[in-house]
Ligand binder design. Structure first.
Ligand SMILES: Cc1cc2nc3c(=O)[nH]c(=O)nc-3n(C[C@H](O)[C@H](O)[C@H](O)COP(=O)(O)OP(=O)(O)OC[C@H]3O[C@@H](n4cnc5c(N)ncnc54)[C@H](O)[C@@H]3O)c2cc1C
Length: 379
C-alpha cells in the first residue's frame, strides 16, 4: 500500500511491535488462547483498549479517534497477521455500525463508548432456517408496554457469550415483502429469557446458539426504526465486508510469511526446498495475489471513506470474495509446501487452515458474493 499517511504507517508499526512483543512466540500464543481454543483474550483486549486502538473508527464524540474504513482495515489486517487474540473485535465493529448510523444518542454513548473502553458486542442475524436467505428470519419481537418480548432462536452468533450486548435482528411484522418488518434490538447479554449455548467448531470457542423465551427488552433499546432493520443492515454492508476482507488479507499474509520462512529453512535433496522451482513459483504467484488483493481491499476502503453514506455492494463483495478465497488458498498451499509439518499441530499452519476455511462462508458465502457481483453485470 503506497498511499498511507505517516500516522497510518506509524499505527501499523505499533501494531506489529505489539504483536511481536505479546504474541511473537508459539508459547505466548498458546498461553493466551488456551492452546488455540480461545480466539479472544480479555487481558490482551484490555491492553489494546488502553492503547486507544479499539476506537480507531469510532467517532471522536464517543472517545474514539474518528478514523474511517482504511484505518479500521489496517487494524483488522495487522491483528490477524500478528495473531493477536482479539477475535471478537471484527464482529464488535459490525454490530456497532447500525448503532452509529441509526441508534439513539443513549445507545450510541453506551455501545460506541463501550467499544473504546474495551467492551465487545455481537450481531445476531442468522437462524437455523435463515442463513444465506437471512431476510427469511423469524425470531419474533412483539410490543408489550414499552418493551419488546422476543421469542425464537438465533444461531452461529460470534462472541455472544462474552458480548456486553448483542444487536439482534428480529421479526416485528410479517407481510408480503420479507425484507419489511425487521427490527434491530440491542439485547444486554445477561437479560432474563435469553440462553446462550456454545457451538463446537473447527475454530474453537467462537460461536453460539441463542434461545429467546419471553425475553423482555425495553423499547428504548431498539436500534433505529421499527420494521426498517433490513435497510439498516444493508447500510452496514460496506463496513462488514471490508472488515472481513481486511482480516482475511492479514490471515493470508501470515500464512504466506510462515510458508516462506519454512521453505527457506527446510532442506531436502541437499538444498532448501524453497530453491525448487515448483515452490518458488507458487510463492511468487501468491505474492502477486496478495499485492493485488491488498490494492483491491484498500482501494474499496478509500472509496468508502471518500463517499460517506454511499453503498458499494459490488466493490465490497469483490473485496470480500477475493480476500477470503485467497486466505483459504494461501493456507492450503502453505500446508502443502510444509509437507507433514504443515499438518502437525506443532506449527501454526494447520491453525491458519482452520481459521481461513470459514471466511468464505460467514458474512455472506462466496456464492452469494458472486451472485451480487454477477447482478452488477446484468446477469
Ligand atoms: C464461524 C461462523 C461465524 C458466524 N458468525 C455469525 C454472526 O456473528 N452473526 C450472524 O448472524 N451469523 C453468523 N454466521 C452465520 C453465517 O453468516 C452463515 O453461516 C452464512 O450466511 C451461510 O448460511 P448457512 O450456514 O445457513 O448456509 P446456507 O445458506 O444453507 O448455504 C449452504 C450452501 O449453499 C449455498 N447457497 C445458498 N443460497 C445460495 C444461492 N442463492 N445461490 C448459490 N448458492 C447458494 C451457500 O453459498 C453455501 O455454500 C457465522 C457462521 C459461522 C460458520
Amino acid at each position: 500500500m503506497q498511499n498511507l499517511t505517516d500516522e497510518q504507517r506509524a499505527f501499523v508499526e505499533a501494531i506489529r511491535d505489539f504483536a511481536r512483543r505479546e504474541c511473537g512466540t508459539r508459547e505466548q500464543r498458546d498461553a493466551l488462547t488456551d492452546g488455540g481454543v480461545e480466539p479472544h483474550n480479555p487481558e490482551v483486549y484490555a491492553q489494546i483498549a488502553s492503547l486507544g486502538w479499539l476506537g480507531v473508527a469510532i467517532p471522536e464524540a464517543y472517545g474514539g479517534s474518528g478514523g474511517g474504513a482504511v484505518d479500521l482495515c489496517l487494524l483488522c489486517e495487522e491483528f490477524a497477521r500478528g495473531l493477536i487474540p482479539m477475535g471478537f473485535f471484527p464482529v464488535t465493529m459490525m454490530a456497532a455500525r447500525p448503532v452509529e448510523l441509526f441508534g439513539s444518542p443513549v445507545l450510541q454513548e453506551e455501545i460506541l463508548g463501550g467499544i473504546v473502553a474495551g467492551r465487545t458486542g455481537a450481531i445476531a442475524m442468522s437462524e437455523p432456517e435463515a442463513g444465506s436467505d437471512v431476510g427469511n428470519l423469524s425470531c419474533r419481537a412483539a410490543r408489550s408496554d414499552g418493551a419488546f418480548v422476543i421469542n425464537g432462536q438465533k444461531t452461529w452468533i460470534t462472541g455472544a457469550h462474552v458480548a456486553s450486548q448483542i444487536v439482534v435482528v428480529t421479526r416485528t411484522t410479517r407481510g408480503e415483502d420479507k425484507h419489511f418488518g425487521l427490527t434491530m434490538i440491542s439485547v444486554p447479554r445477561g437479560v432474563d429469557g435469553l440462553e446462550i449455548r456454545g457451538i463446537g467448531t473447527m475454530g474453537g470457542r467462537e460461536v453460539n446458539d441463542m434461545y429467546f423465551t419471553d425475553c423482555q427488552v425495553s423499547a428504548d433499546r431498539v436500534v433505529g426504526q421499527v420494521d426498517h432493520g433490513w435497510m439498516q443492515l444493508m447500510a452496514g454492508l460496506n463496513n462488514e465486508r471490508l472488515i472481513i476482507a481486511a482480516q482475511s488479507l492479514g490471515m493470508a499474509q501470515r500464512a504466506f510469511d510462515d510458508a516462506l520462512a519454512y521453505v527457506k529453512e527446510r532442506r531436502q535433496f541437499g538444498r532448501a526446498i524453497g530453491s525448487f522451482q515448483t515452490i518458488k513459483h507458487r510463492l511468487a504467484d501468491l505474492a502477486c495475489e496478495l499485492e493485488a488483493t491488498r490494492e483491491l481491499v484498500y482501494g474499496v476502503a478509500s472509496t468508502v471513506d471518500a463517499n460517506p453514506g454511499k453503498m458499494f455492494p459490488r466493490e465490497a463483495s469483490m473485496a470480500k470474495l477475493k480476500a477470503t478465497e485467497l486466505a483459504k488458498r494461501t493456507a492450503l498451499e502453505g500446508m502443502q509446501m510444509m509437507g507433514g509439518y504443515g499438518y502437525a499441530t506443532e506449527y501454526d499452519m494447520e491453525r491458519h487452515v482452520r481459521a481461513t476455511l470459514v471466511t468464505t462462508i460467514y458474512g455472506g458465502a462466496s456464492e452469494i458474493q458472486r451472485e451480487i457481483i454477477a447482478r452488477s453485470l446484468g446477469l
